[in-house]
Structure formats: C-alpha cells, structure tokens
Write a protein that binds this ligand. Structure first.
Ligand code: DGP
Length: 113
C-alpha cells in the first residue's frame, strides 16, 4: 500500500536500520527505542494487525514469529526477550501495518497493561 509507512520502509522508499530480511518478513530498529534492543518485525504482505489473522495468513504469521526468534538470537538476547504486537486503539497501535516489537537487552517489569 503506497500510503502505508511500513510498506514504504519495506520497499526502501523510506530508510530504516535493517536487522534481518527474508522472503516473508523485514526487521528494522524502532525509531523510538524503549529498550536497549527494540526491533520491529513486519510481514512484507500488508496486514493491518493481528486482527487480520485467518487461515490465509498462517504462513506469513509463522514467518513473523520465526523472524522474531532469529532477531533475538542475532541480537544476543540470551537472557530473554519480549514480543509485543499492539492491536487497535485500546492497545495504542499507531501504525496500521502488523508489527511485532522485539524488546530486550535488560530486565523488564512484569506489567503488561
Ligand atoms: P505501535 O505503537 O505498536 O503501532 O508501534 C509503532 C512503532 O513504530 C513505534 O514504536 C515507533 C515506530 N516507528 C514509527 N515510525 C517509524 C519510522 O519511520 N521508522 C522506524 N524505524 N520506526 C518507526
């Protein structure tokens, strides 16, 4: 989608700090990191959020989680990491292209909400 920020990042039209890429996914550093490691994993196919998941998106979503694991290993997050996907207004989703935040590099709190 030409008016989608993350589609424009995936295409290279908008620069990003790439961490990993494969046929299904793209991973890049968040512009506003909340942890020492804060990477966004996105599907190359435009999906608005986890709410768009169905039988047709199984391969893409599995690819996203596989990329989260690869990014965590590549970034050396041996102590653990958190994967977050905000979905909709109540969760403060600000970019309407499905993305998984991979957070790590330090101790996090147990607060999730
Ligand atoms: P969310 O609030 O879950 O929709 O997270 C969107 C994230 O996207 C937020 O942490 C900041 C990040 N972000 C927004 N614009 C850009 C950008 O132009 N480049 C990069 N690298 N990250 C961005």
């Amino acid at each position: 989608m030409s008016d989608c920020l993350f589609c424009r990042i995936i295409s290279g039209e908008i620069p990003s700090a790439k961490v990993y890429e494969d046929a299904l996914t793209y991973a890049f550093r968040d512009i506003n990191p909340m942890m020492p490691v804060h990477v966004l994993v996105v599907p190359k196919q435009h999906l608005a959020s986890v709410a768009a998941a169905d039988e047709a998106t199984d391969e893409v979503l599995a690819g996203c989680l596989r990329t989260c694991a690869k990014v965590a290993a590549q970034e050396g997050l041996t102590g653990g990491f958190r994967v977050v996907s905000n979905c909709g207004d109540d969760a403060c989703q600000s970019v309407q292209h499905l993305h998984f935040h991979v957070l790590g590099g330090g101790k996090m709190t147990d607060r999730m909400g």
